[in-house]
Structure formats: structure tokens, C-alpha cells
Design a protein around this ligand. Structure first.
Ligand SMILES: *Cc1c(COP(=O)(O)O)cnc(C)c1O
Length: 392
């Protein structure tokens, strides 16, 4: 059996999305910046996709800017705001210590350029509070950036309350909603944010296309300089195929959102229950509330995450140990350390992430294979032997 359980890393492109993209590989080849009908056709198609995105997140089409990915959206939002407003407002930024690398590394670079960043600690379930944000605000705070949902453990932050605090203090608010869009309701009016990042490949559109919501009147500096595309704010000839895919995917995901959330949550809960029942000494790192429907992060004590992944792969199961960008380096995930896991337990962690394409049979297959893998590795692990001795 083959089970794709890494939907937080990327998703399969939906066949309906492929269909929506096909015109861009055929007759829809005009450059949207040209004035003849071939170009206008392409421009109309891009603007239709813009309307689909706007409808899905409840904003005006003119507030949606297409980008090349979630990483670009995050970098543009953060860098664009602080560069434009630092002279007037100051050089202090507030964030959390569990952000995605796209936010984290951007802030690290800004620190080298003279900006100051406060990294708020999360609690053991992976949450920050609006009160923490409020206490961190200074007269020179220019931007608050807090992710909507975490990619490793699935915790969902109180964005509405944090944005309210930001607004009361006249500070811009950005959220990285890349894991949220297409998976939980995302309404920029209700959330009250000024900027929001999203990425197509996390909800069954292709890789290499994203969008940034920018509230009307908010003016981030451009990241790129060039032509007049995207109302002069994001130059570069449009990725028409990707944009059409993003539009179709966000519309489809939103139309079945409630049903999918219920279905995927049931898969998640079945896996968590089964793991707790069948694997002794493990810890679920995903919180028990305010969490994504499809994310399960588990630490299996006294064994290595990487060896579990290899054996899962040999059994046809795709999962990950930390975020895709982090695997390959030896440090345990900063998110798992942030929720207070000791290094050795953080190292023994696996993330499964599901979507509506996954089935109950797949969950049961994981529950058949995974406990055997854990047991086999523990039998070979000196750490486990030691732990068993100490228990007696
Ligand atoms: C995947 C992801 C990103 C990066 O998006 P790309 O389109 O892959 O650049 C940013 N933030 C979060 C939370 C993500 O999960």
C-alpha cells in the first residue's frame, strides 16, 4: 500500500485544477500586459482567479497580489512594511518562536540590518496569547507577524485578538496563513489583519504560485523592481497557469471546507487514538484544541525520527520528521524545542499530515505498520534498554 501522509509539505495537484490550468498551456498564451485581444483574454483569466481568491478570503480583488510562493509573500509582507514605515514608526518587530523559516530567516536578516525583533515564547501546546503581544509592544513597534497555523504541530493562534491589539496600537499586522488557507475558514475581515500570505501547493494547486493579501491603503515597499504588473507592486510577467490553478483550487477547497474539515479531523483522531493505544511511551505534540484538522505530530521516546521515516518509507508511507526545510540538518526542530521538548525527545518525532484524499483504510494501515516499526527500533536501541532498566 502507498500512503501519502505529508500534505503539510505539499499536496497532489487536483485533476480539476489541472483542467483549469490547461488553457494556459494552449491558446491562452498572450501577455496580460498587452492591449490586443490575445493579451486581454489572459488578463481577464488572471482577474477571474483574483476574484476567486478574494471571495475565498473575503476581501476585494484589488487587495490580492499574486506571487511566486508563500516564501515570497512572507518576505514581501515583512520587508515591504518595515522598509516603508520604519522611518515613521520605528524598527521593532514582534513575532513568535515557532514561525516558518520563510518568516524566521527574513527576520534574522532584518536584525543584521538594524531591526530589533521580539520572539514571543509559546506555551507547551504551541500557543501565544494576545496579552503576551500587548506586553511586548513598544513605541517603536512597526509590525506584528504571527502565523495563523503552525506547519509542524498544527496549533492555531488567536489571530483575531492579536490583530485587535495591533490595531489599537496603530501597528501593522501580518499573518502567514499558508497552512490555514484551504484547510480552515480564513476571513481577512474577521481576522482583522493587514497582510496575509498563502501558497497554492498546500491546497492542491501547483508549486510556484502564491498570493499576498494587502489591505487597501497599506503600502509595503516592492520586493522586486520592474514592470507594471500587479498594479505596479509585483513586477514580472504573470504565471498564468499557476494563477489559474490557484484560483480553481481555492474555490474548490472553500466550497467543501466544512465537510472536509469534519472528515479529515476524524482521520486525525483515529490515528492519535490508535497511536496512544498501540505505542507505549509516546507523546502527541499536536495540541488537543485550536488545531488544524489534518496534522499529527508525535514523539516516540528513545528512538530516532529519521530511522522511523526510513522504515515508514520502506512500507510505502510518506511522513516527515519536522518541516521539509529542516530535515537534512541535525538540529531538532525549533518548534518542538519551543514547546519544551528536550532534544532527545524532539529528535524522535514524526509528523503525519492528511487531506480529504486520505482514507480510513490508510490510517489503519499506518496503525498496523507504525507500532511494529517503533517496537523494532526500540529493540535495537540502547536508549530504550536503559530506560526499561531504570523503570524496573
Ligand atoms: C509551506 C509554508 C511556507 C512556504 O511556502 P512556499 O510556497 O513553499 O514557499 C510558508 N509558511 C508556512 C507555514 C508553510 O507551511
Amino acid at each position: 500500500m502507498f500512503v501519502y501522509a505529508d500534505n503539510a509539505a505539499t499536496t497532489r495537484i487536483d485533476p480539476d485544477v489541472v483542467k483549469a490550468m490547461m488553457p494556459a498551456f494552449g491558446e491562452l498564451y498572450g501577455n496580460p500586459s498587452t492591449i490586443y485581444s490575445k493579451g486581454r483574454e489572459a488578463k481577464e483569466a488572471v482577474n477571474k482567479a483574483r476574484e476567486q481568491v478574494a471571495k475565498a478570503i473575503n476581501c476585494r480583488p484589488a487587495e490580492v497580489y499574486f506571487t511566486s510562493c508563500g516564501t515570497e509573500s512572507d518576505n514581501w509582507a515583512i520587508r515591504g512594511i518595515v522598509k516603508h514605515y520604519a522611518a515613521k514608526k520605528g524598527k521593532h518587530i514582534i513575532t513568535t518562536n515557532i514561525e516558518h523559516h520563510a518568516v524566521f530567516e527574513c527576520l534574522k536578516a532584518l536584525e543584521k540590518e538594524g531591526f530589533e525583533v521580539t520572539y514571543l515564547p509559546v506555551n507547551e501546546e504551541g500557543f501565544v496569547t494576545a496579552q503576551q503581544v500587548k506586553e511586548a509592544i513598544r513605541p517603536d513597534t512597526v509590525l506584528i507577524t504571527v502565523m495563523t497555523a503552525n506547519n509542524e504541530i498544527g496549533s492555531i493562534q488567536p489571530i483575531e485578538e492579536i490583530a485587535k491589539t495591533a490595531k489599537e496600537n496603530g501597528i501593522f499586522m501580518h499573518t502567514d496563513a499558508v497552512q490555514a488557507v484551504g484547510h480552515i475558514p480564513v476571513d481577512v475581515q474577521k481576522m482583522g489583519v493587514d497582510l496575509l500570505s498563502l501558497s497554492g501547493h498546500k491546497f492542491h494547486a501547483p508549486k510556484g504560485v502564491g498570493a499576498l493579501y494587502v489591505r487597501r491603503g497599506v503600502l509595503p515597499d516592492n520586493l522586486l523592481n520592474g514592470g507594471g504588473q500587479e498594479r505596479g507592486r509585483r513586477p514580472g510577467t504573470e504565471n498564468i497557469a499557476g494563477i489559474l490553478g490557484l484560483g480553481a483550487a481555492i474555490e474548490k477547497a472553500t466550497s467543501s471546507l466544512e465537510r472536509d474539515m469534519e472528515y479529515v479531523s476524524a482521520l486525525r483522531d483515529r490515528l492519535i487514538d490508535g497511536i496512544l493505544k498501540n505505542i507505549p511511551q509516546c507523546k502527541i505534540n499536536t495540541p488537543s484544541h485550536h488545531r488544524l484538522p489534518g496534522t499529527v505530530n508525535v514523539s516516540v521516546k528513545h528512538i530516532e525520527g529519521e530511522s522511523m521515516l526510513l522504515l515508514l518509507d520502506m512500507n510505502g508511507i510518506c511522513a516527515t520528521s519536522g518541516s521539509a526545510c529542516a530535515s537534512g540538518d541535525l538540529d531538532p526542530s525549533h518548534v518542538l524545542l519551543a514547546i519544551g521538548l528536550p532534544h532527545e525527545i524532539a529528535h524522535g518525532s514524526v509528523r503525519f499530515s492528511f487531506c480529504a484524499e486520505n482514507t480510513v483504510e490508510e490510517i489503519d494501515y499506518i496503525l498496523d505498520v507504525f507500532p511494529k516499526i517503533a517496537q523494532r527500533l526500540r529493540e535495537m536501541s540502547p536508549l530504550w534498554e536503559e530506560a526499561m532498566k531504570n523503570d524496573i
